[in-house]
Each structure stands twice: as C-alpha cells, then as structure tokens.
Design a binder for this molecule. Structure first.
Ligand code: NOJ
Length: 553
C-alpha cells in the first residue's frame, strides 16, 4: 500500500494533468493565460527570414535590372517619407556578417528570396542572364551551408522585373506564367544542388490585393473588383506550373520540396452563437488563405468565393463572374501541387456579418466578402497599426489548415511583431512576450496533431517595410539605417529566441522566467553602444566628406 502523502500527491497530479489536458487541448476555447511547458518534436527547424527587396540594397549594382518595387518606391508619395530600398540593410554586401548573426542564434534555417531582376534583368531569360547575380546567391547559399544553416528560398517575394510590368501588365497577363517558369527553372538548375526547400510565391494575397486592387503596393494599380482576381488566377497557375517543372525535371536528382507561402490572419466570429457571424468569419479566412490554398489542395476556389463573387457580379449586371474559372484540366493540374505549406501569420480579427449592397461603381474585393473586421481594444499593438497580438488565433489558424487541407506539412514562414521607427529601445520586452506566446500556441497546435515542421521568426533584421518604408521595425536585430555601414545591434529578443532554440521549446516556468530576465539584462549594454554610435555619427555628419565609422556588435 502507498503511504498517505503519496496517494494525495498522485491525486493532485491526476487533477493537474486532467486540468491541463482539458485546457491545453481544447482549441475551441480561448486559453487566455494558460501556458504549455514542453518541447518541440526532435528535428524541429528554427529559423529567421528576410526578403531580397527588403534587405539587399544594391538596387542598381552589378547588372541588376529594375524591379517594380525600385520604380514604385522612387515615385513621390508612395512610401512613408519617400524612403526606398536602394540600400536598405546592404545585405548584398554584408551577407557574411548576417550569416554570423544566424550562427550566433544557432538557427537551423534561413529564409530569403531571390531577386528575379538581379539574375534575369528584364525578366525574360532569353534576353540575358546576369552572372554576377547568380554568383551572389551562390556565395550566400555556400556560406549558409558552410555554417550548417539550411536555405529556404522564395522565388517571388514581390519584386517583379519592371520590364514585364511595362510590356505585359505584370500579373494581369497570362504570359507571366512562362516567364516565371523559366526563371524558376534557372534557379533549380543553378542552386538546386544545394537548395532543398523552395517557395514559389510569398503571400500572393498581398501581391494581388495591395498591388492590383488598392494600389498601396507596387505596381500601384487600382483595378477594383477584377484585377486582383485575375492576377491571383495567373499566380495560382504559375505556381502549379513551377511545381510540375520541379516535380518532373528536378526532383529525381535534387530530392527537394516545393511549396507556397500564404498569409493567414485568423478570423473569429464576434458572436459565436450567431450563425451569420460564424459564416462571415469563415468567409474572411476563405477569401484570404482559402483563395490560394483551396485550388492548390482541392483543385478549385472555395465554394463561398464562387457564390459571393458570382452573385455580386450578377447584381452588377455582369454576364460572368469577376472570379475567373478553372477548366477541368486546369483543376487537376493545380490540385496537389504543394509538398509543404508555408504559413505567414501575424494577427487576428473579430468578424461580423455586414451586407455590402453592390452598386456598379462599388465593386471591390473587400465588398464581395459581406463582412466587417473588428479588434479588441485590449489587444496589444506595439508597432504596425494592423498588428494586434492575439496568440490564440495562431493555434486556431493552424488547426484550420489541418482540417481543411488534409493535415499538410507546414513551415511557419513568417511570424513576428514590429515597433515604431523612432523607438531606439533594444530591450524589446513586448517582442519577447509575442514570441513566447505565439510559439507556445504553435506548440499546442502540434500537440493537437498539426504537422508543423519549422518556424521562421520574422525577421532577422529591421528592414524596408514596403509602403511603410523604415517606419516599422520587425527585426531581432536593430539596424541603424542612418549610418552608411548599416550596423546591426541585437535586441533583447535575440537572447530569448536563442534560448527557445537551444532548449527546443519551453522546459519549465522557472527557466523561462530566467531567460526573460537575463535577456532584458543584457540589452542595456547594447542600448549604450547604440546611443554612443548615434552620438558619434551626429558629430561626424557635421564634417564634410567623411563617412562615420562604426564598429559592429
Ligand atoms: C508579410 C510580408 O511577406 C513581409 O515581407 C512583411 O515584412 C511582413 N508581412 C510584415 O509586414
């Protein structure tokens, strides 16, 4: 017989286990405050990321052609403070330093993108291939490999060659499919012996909605209500074509994986007992993630998109839906073209049903959805206006992917939080909190059975943040953009993320609290270094023709 105290300890343990099982695994409840201590599956891949236009700089160097972002950012009034990515983090020159930062973090992978016009200046392969561009990516990949960091490479992170925009109208034109396929094929040929993870497109939702509907992003078109659907149609077909190219011509030899990276905010019904809100929230996700994922996993657009865009088009007196259709052959060609799904996730919205009457003049992607987005004012939003920290939404989104698309292999390709430009505070406790909570929700999702294989913190460095210029900083490392040499300084979150990586998760409460304390302690010395460097750079700026000197951290 067990001694009495042992029995009661057992009872308490069972109770604790039952409670934590109920709390931790019921993803239909918002588990405010419940934290799951545990580790990730062995071999889980930890990484960080960036993209070509956001970090490389060297926009007109070594034979690179112009991209739509080079041209867009040089137009007055398009970007905050009229900033450009001309030099950005100077990643083109500083990639070796950046790989050292990754090594310091003990990253398993690094996600970056290839600038199409850097290796094919006009976008058309038969015109010219730029050997210097190839050489740059060769060296970057080799440096990563030498440091045992797996490259995860995106082929299209928004920087379409400008010539293709001017000649054909960019993604409005079906000819992009073959040009993109030739570019992808060249990348497989040159880099595929070392690159085993390919992403065709990054966040096509942004490309088509912000590029062709609202015009906030390059190429800055406002083709309301139809342009975004047409661009998406070509992008989905281009994705499928490139997947088949890899599958038939390269996979046998190179043995890699090829997928797509989709952005997915979670949409939660405002009133979970109201069927209209439940359906509206589902529509929100289907018009975003589902728009691209459903054709790729099931062969066609989500039924709800076909229904809503179709009936709005009829009400507008149009003969056909503004949402294009796939032929039966196209459906079977597109279905199943995803070895892994990349998920970029940052935030959540509450959703309620809202009828948008469809006048002829008022056709738009947003009006097609018949919904309104709301936020809870208590949600923290330290940086970007749109980015509220709502960790539980992440777990829900991941479970949605699991149930809707047959539990695919997932790599989280972006997750992180920003702060405002003027913030020179390297002790980023709010980012530590964000990472801790979001990564924990991902761990719970894995315990729910979601097949997540890797996580990419967004981003390694502060960088050009599209139409927001440099006003929002997502980096683990602070970049001093005012200094010519663009020195990098570690924020406190570097230390914290590093500890999550080396423990492969969250061992126990005491240790995690210790990590937080230690991370914040170490950042004060980096703060002093940064402040000193800024003082020095002011003094030097007053002296003509002398560039400020900076030691890197
Ligand atoms: C998604 C985009 O892919 C990425 O480039 C950007 O930095 C983040 N959103 C944050 O806005």
């Amino acid at each position: 017989m067990l001694p009495r105290c042992a029995v009661s300890v057992c009872h308490v343990l069972v109770l604790v286990l039952c409670l934590s099982a109920a709390e931790d695994f019921d993803w239909t409840k918002n588990n405010y405050g419940s934290f799951y201590y545990g580790t990730f599956p062995a071999g889980f891949s930890w990484g960080a990321g960036g993209s070509a236009y956001q970090t490389e700089g060297a926009w007109d160097q070594d034979g690179k052609g112009l991209s739509i972002w080079d041209v867009f950012s040089h137009r007055k009034g398009k970007i905050q403070q009229n900033e450009t990515g001309d030099s950005s983090c100077e990643g083109y020159y500083k990639f070796k330093d950046d790989v050292s930062l990754m090594k310091e973090l003990k990253l398993n992978h690094y996600r970056f993108s290839i600038s199409w016009p850097r290796i094919i200046p006009t976008g058309i392969k038969s015109d010219h291939v730029n050997e210097k561009g190839i050489q740059y990516y060769d060296e970057l990949i080799d440096t990563l490999m030498e440091n045992k960091i797996t490259p995860i490479v995106t082929l299209y992170h928004w920087d379409l060659p400008q010539v293709l925009q001017e000649k054909y109208g960019g993604w409005q034109n079906i000819s992009m499919i073959s040009h993109f396929n030739e570019f992808a094929n060249l990348c497989f040929e040159k880099f595929g012996n070392r690159v085993k993870y390919w992403i065709t497109f990054n966040n096509p939702w942004s490309v088509v909605v912000e590029g062709y509907e609202t015009g906030e992003h390059a190429p800055g078109l406002r083709l309301k209500g139809a342009g975004a659907y047409r661009a998406a149609h070509h992008i989905i077909k281009a994705h499928a074509k490139v997947w088949h190219t890899y599958d038939t011509q390269w996979r046998g030899r190179q043995k890699g994986f090829i997928g797509i990276s989709l952005s997915g905010d979670w949409g939660e019904p405002v009133d979970i007992s109201n069927q209209k809100d439940i359906e509206a929230a589902e529509r929100y996700v289907q018009f975003n993630l589902g728009w691209f994922a459903t054709p790729i996993f099931h062969g066609d657009y989500p039924q709800v998109m076909k229904d809503f865009v179709g009936s709005k088009s009829v009400q507008q007196g149009l003969g056909t839906s503004r949402l294009p259709t796939f032929s039966p052959q196209e459906k079977s060609y597109i279905k199943g073209t995803c070895d892994f799904l990349g998920i970029g996730h940052f935030t959540t919205r509450y959703i309620t049903h809202k009828n948008n009457p469809s006048g002829r003049s008022g056709s738009s992607y947003f009006a097609d959805r018949d919904l309104a987005e709301l936020v809870d004012p208590r949600w923290p939003d330290p940086g970007s206006e749109w980015l509220y920290s709502v960790p539980w939404g992440f777990r829900r989104l991941l479970n949605f992917v699991k149930t809707q698309y047959g539990n695919p292999m997932i790599y989280v390709t972006e997750n992180g939080v920003s702060e405002k430009m003027l913030c020179t505070e390297l002790c980023d406790e709010w980012r530590i909190q964000y990472f801790q909570d979001y990564i924990n929700e991902m761990l719970k999702a894995i315990r729910d059975g979601v097949n997540v294989k890797g996580y990419t913190a967004w981003s390694l460095l502060d960088k050009f943040e599209w139409d927001e210029g440099y006003s929002e900083r997502f980096g683990l490392y602070y970049v001093d953009f005012r200094s010519k040499n663009k020195p990098r300084y570690p924020k406190a979150s570097v230390q914290f993320y590093k500890r999550i990586i080396s423990s492969n998760g969250f061992p126990n409460q005491r240790e995690v609290e210790n990590w937080r304390r230690k991370s914040v302690e170490t950042c004060s010395s980096s703060n002093q270094l940064l402040a000193a460097a800024r003082r020095e750079s002011k003094e030097h700026a007053e002296m003509p023709k002398v560039w400020p000197l900076h030691d890197e951290v």
